[in-house]
Design a protein around this ligand. Structure first.
Ligand SMILES: Nc1nc2c(ncn2[C@@H]2O[C@H](COP(=O)(O)OP(=O)(O)O)[C@@H](O)[C@H]2O)c(=O)[nH]1
Ligand SMILES: [Mg+2]
Length: 236
């Protein structure tokens, strides 16, 4: 048994599925009691998405990508694998974090910084191959907000060799809403969606503010994404 298991309250048998998800989509210490990877709240949340769905988790470094994978989507912190891909000639190894959650794989990658142009082609490939994109933005980082939007628009949406495919859902997660200087989610929405709506085009999109220290907003955000990806019940 995990050393912290006795700190976790026993589950109430009458809890609904949604209540169970809400209470367990908090940092990893509360997920531990869920046991096997196949029974984690996040794997149940994404159980209905099509097989081999790729969910790209992307944004500037420090936005909270690793925290989301490690603390909310993974049954154990060590389930997140670091994989190396090569780009350019001569080739350079770049690291992505990869996590399988039921039929979906989450792939996290850092954008930004001063990188040669061929790195941007690699970014564009990631966007093009994704079935959904979680674009993570540090809502409290006012210095890099322009850079963050530029990366989304130029690599993700307006890429010369094709960025995000039509209809691919875009979830913008505004993290660190607990910090005093954080922008509100509606301000992030104006800046990242409304002001560049032509580039974003017609696709399911949503902006949710989250606090990855407590889990606030995470269930709402992931539920929206799993619904956006799951086959609709009412299709003919
Ligand atoms: N206060 C606060 N800190 C956060 C939040 N999300 C992430 N962090 C912290 O921000 C730092 C960078 O997060 P990380 O997940 O490594 O970002 P990544 O570079 O995008 O993978 C870490 O110290 C996290 O603990 C949040 O919502 N609130
Ligand atoms: Mg990281």
């Amino acid at each position: 048994m995990h050393p912290q298991a006795d700190l976790i309250e026993p589950k109430k048998t009458q809890q609904t599925f949604t209540q169970q998800l809400a209470s367990s989509l908090t940092p990893i210490r509360n997920l531990i009691s869920f046991g096997t990877p196949s029974s984690t709240p996040s794997s149940r949340l994404f159980a209905r998405v099509p097989a081999s769905t790729v969910i790209l988790v992307i944004g500037l470094d420090g936005a909270g990508k690793t925290s989301l994978l490690r603390d909310y989507l993974s049954p154990r912190p060590d389930s997140v694998k670091t994989v190396t891909s090569t780009i350019g000639t001569p080739t350079i190894g770049v690291s992505l974090e990869d996590l399988q959650v039921g039929p979906a794989s989450f792939q996290a990658y850092d954008l930004g910084g001063c990188r040669p142009p061929y790195w941007h082609r690699f970014d564009e490939d990631l966007f093009r191959q994704a079935d959904a994109v979680i674009y993570m933005v540090d809502a409290a980082d006012r210095d890099r907000v322009m850079e963050a939007r530029e990366e989304l628009v130029m690599s993700g949406l307006r890429a010369n060799n094709g960025g995000m495919r039509q209809g691919v859902p875009l979830l913008v997660l505004a993290t660190k809403i607990d910090l005093e200087n954080a922008r509100r989610p509606d301000q992030i929405e104006t800046f990242f969606i409304d002001n560049v709506s032509t580039s974003i085009g017609e696709r399911p999109r949503n902006v949710v503010g989250v606090n990855l220290k407590t889990g606030e907003g995470v269930l709402e955000a992931l539920s929206w994404l799993s619904n956006a990806l799951s086959p609709r019940k009412d299709t003919l």
